[in-house]
Design a binder for this molecule. Structure first.
Ligand code: IPD
Ligand code: CA
Ligand code: CA
Length: 265
């Protein structure tokens, strides 16, 4: 059984669960802080994904957002799963959310799937084989001028206690681009960079399950993914900048510039 097929099957099945419960969320609980929501549906989606992947690849390790790590099998392969990326959107009935499944071998993501069930958009990539949306090859944008770029970012749940220049960066990037969006699903942000819709995406505090699949999509679509210093990084690096590659250095410059300005909130 191929990795990609299995990940797509799991994402589609999870997508059915998410779609059939959209708009019905009644029970929301919180993780460590008030704005970090989790619903019963996150958990159901995750169970479904893990079941399918475990049936197909019983020896692989799993790192999944809601149930944590099962790195006891000592496999060189690890599935990295976000069963619902965009929980806040989902809990409010906003139809912008995805399922993200990446397969890591050693230090590298070798397969990635980001599925948007609302639009039936299946984004996928395999290392060295390109990135695709529903069978169509993807490539990043060719935008050279940052002033003409459309960017996206996200804020961490604890942005109030630990703003980490999020607001300053938002201001600087907004002043130096066409616009900055906040969609609320990091995996979709990466997928839209891979598609050439967004020219760049940065975020200060992501988790491995937000990053794994999306990082591969962007790289395989010809884009760049680094930390804020421009160094290559793996899925355990919380600060991520991804772009079409052309405006990457300029975006790094702007991210640093933002650390020098002061705003009074
Ligand atoms: C969140 C989303 C959001 C990003 C947050 C993530 P979740 O994931 O990807 O866009 O800004 O940092 O935690 O909690 O909805 O799976
Ligand atoms: Ca997430
Ligand atoms: Ca999630």
């Amino acid at each position: 059984m191929k990795y990609l097929e299995s990940a797509q099957k799991a994402a589609r099945e999870a997508g059915k669960i998410l779609l059939s419960n959209l708009g019905t969320v009644q029970k929301v609980s919180f993780k460590s802080i008030q704005s970090n929501l989790v619903t019963e549906i996150d958990k159901q989606s995750e169970e479904q994904i893990i079941k399918i992947l475990n049936d197909d690849f019983p020896d692989f390790d799993i790192l999944a957002e809601e149930s944590g790590s099962s790195s006891t099998k000592n496999s060189e392969f690890m599935w990295v799963i976000d069963p619902l990326d965009g929980t806040t959107n989902y809990a409010h009935g906003l139809p912008i959310f995805t399922i993200s499944i990446g397969l890591v071998k050693g230090n590298e993501v070798i397969t990635g799937v980001v599925y948007d069930p609302v639009r039936d958009h299946m984004f996928y990539a395999e290392k060295g084989k390109g990135a695709f949306l529903n069978g169509k090859a993807l490539s990043v944008s060719k935008t050279k001028d940052t002033k003409k770029s459309l960017l996206v970012t996200g804020f961490p749940y604890n942005v109030e206690e630990n703003p980490d220049f999020c607001f300053e960066r938002f201001i600087v990037m907004t002043k130096n681009s066409r616009a900055v969006r906040r969609l609320g699903s990091a995996a979709l942000d990466f997928a839209y960079v891979a598609s050439g819709i967004f020219d760049g995406f940065w975020e200060v505090k992501l988790n491995p399950w937000d990053i794994a699949a999306g990082m591969l999509l962007v790289k395989e679509a010809g884009g760049k993914v680094t930390n804020f210093n421009g160094d290559d990084c793996d899925i355990f690096n919380p600060q991520i900048l991804s772009s079409n590659g052309i405006i990457h250095d300029k975006l790094i410059e702007l991210l640093k510039l933002a650390e020098q300005i002061q705003i009074n909130l």
